[in-house]
Ligand binder design. Sequence first.
Ligand SMILES: Nc1ncnc2c1ncn2[C@@H]1O[C@H](COP(=O)(O)OP(=O)(O)OP(=O)(O)O)[C@@H](O)[C@H]1O
Length: 567
Amino acid sequence: MKLRGDAREIYKAIRKIILDKIKHEEAKKLLDDFAPTSNKEEILRRQEYLRKGMENVSEEVKEYIGKIRSIRFRRDYLHDRVLIVSEEEVEEAEKLGLCMVSTEPVEGYDFVLSTIGYGIEVELKPYDVAPELYVMPLWENRDVLEALAKLFPGGVAGKILEALEPLEEVMRKKEAIERIEEFIAEEERRLNEAIEEKLEKFKLTLSGRDLVEFLKALKSGDVDFLLSKFSSLNDEILDEIRKAEERISEKLGVYVEVFPREYPIEVSPDIVEGIRRELEREVKIELYLKSREIVEEILPLLPKLKEEIKRAYELEFFLAVKEFSRGFVFPRIEEGGIGFVEGRNLFIENPQPVSYFIGKAKDPFNGIQEANIVVLTGANSGGKTSLLELTLQVVILAHMGFPVPAKEAWIEPLDEVFFFKRKRAVYGAGAFENSLKALVRSLKGKGRKLILIDEFEAITEPGAAVKILAEMLRIAHEKGFYVIIVSHLGEDLKKELPFARVDGIEASGLDENLNLIVNRQPKFGVIGRSTPELIVERLAKKGRGEEKEILLRVLGRFRNGTKNEHT
Ligand SMILES: Nc1ncnc2c1ncn2[C@@H]1O[C@H](COP(=O)(O)OP(=O)(O)OP(=O)(O)O)[C@@H](O)[C@H]1O
């Protein structure tokens, strides 16, 4: 279905309301598949799809959907390994583009892979040469897998999580190695403090008798005795160092000798760096080997994982549609015009529900004049424009295959929908000419059309407007188009077009806050008065001083005028 004139704006506004309820771009994209269509079967197919989708989705999944992200697997060039192959295999190996390829052993790599017996034996397959490229993105997105496992119990995400479990230990090591400087610095400080304390104590506990013996030994040159006095201290220091190293090793998962055996204890950055590099190398190999084991289990599950992520986005989409269309109804798709019962304008907060139809008078409109051309008249600010918009909302959503904001609705599939918004009252030839052209264009050709026009007369004088509109509406009538036109010229148009129905929205007065009391529900077949006197009255009551006087005089003219009409 084609959207003409300002109808596209309404479509965009509806889309925005729906899209604002969706977080993920991937889920937002699903709405693109719901562009309005004139194809009845397609509309029904979409209705069925949405009906089922909304039925099966519940609020509880929201929490998990929020955690879903697409998991991207990237082909990286890995600089930590070299692949040694035979001359014949070089081309194939290089094509993999995963790491350095050589026909002979080369120095400077953390580990060596080979098809010809130099290092770790591999086949020339990407998942053999670089299994981490498959495994690591999954490991890094465990939260996504966990959310998917909750959304689809028994699915592949849960299986992948299980397969990843053996990685836990090596990943813990890897993380610890990244913090090795921090661990060592902390232990170094602790050690120095502990030793300092021991030295302090040692000095304090040297008794007078010890001192006498010490001096005696010094005199006699008894070195062994002297050293024995310090050896217990030395043992204690060594013990502290060992304990500190044990604590570090526990964190790293391998034993490392970090500290020099002398006081004060100070580890040079070079040594830390050396230890780190060595540990990293070990962990890389371990990670490679573990990944290789895991990748075999995981590879066959990846296509299904992609599907699960897609389904999660679909759930998010269904959830948004469900939220958007709470209290809505799927319209019946049938011939004979457009109608809705208790329609609620999406752009108005807490709207008064309005029922309306054009074309055939189906239940509950039985007995009301049927017409393809309807003139909507009535009170200023009564809700005429809003009713045109509501009609558009219902029509557009119905053609999207969506539920519509009403209790009941039916729609004849249309080829084109035109909406001509009220243009500012500019009497310039340009505005008039353009609007006229647009209106004429809408009447051209054939097809099932709905044309909504908001106060065309605002841009020309009423006399001319009646002539133009009467003739145009007659053409629309002859062509079987549906037209709803908002106009204050109801009386004149009714005379010219007996086949048209004129409906009216009425204001019955002002409430205590001087707001217009309007029944937004049009009365069928009744010309609605535009009640400008109520606006004058409102301003008169609100006004002050001379302004008030002027307005009261104008109001008086209305009252007298009315009296005169009756007498
Ligand atoms: N069904 C409704 N429920 C509640 N408020 C409504 C409803 N329809 C319209 N309104 C409110 O009434 C006001 C006037 O609506 P609208 O512009 O549609 O009136 P109008 O008849 O086209 O006015 P005008 O004669 O000035 O062109 C708006 O603020 C709108 O939000």
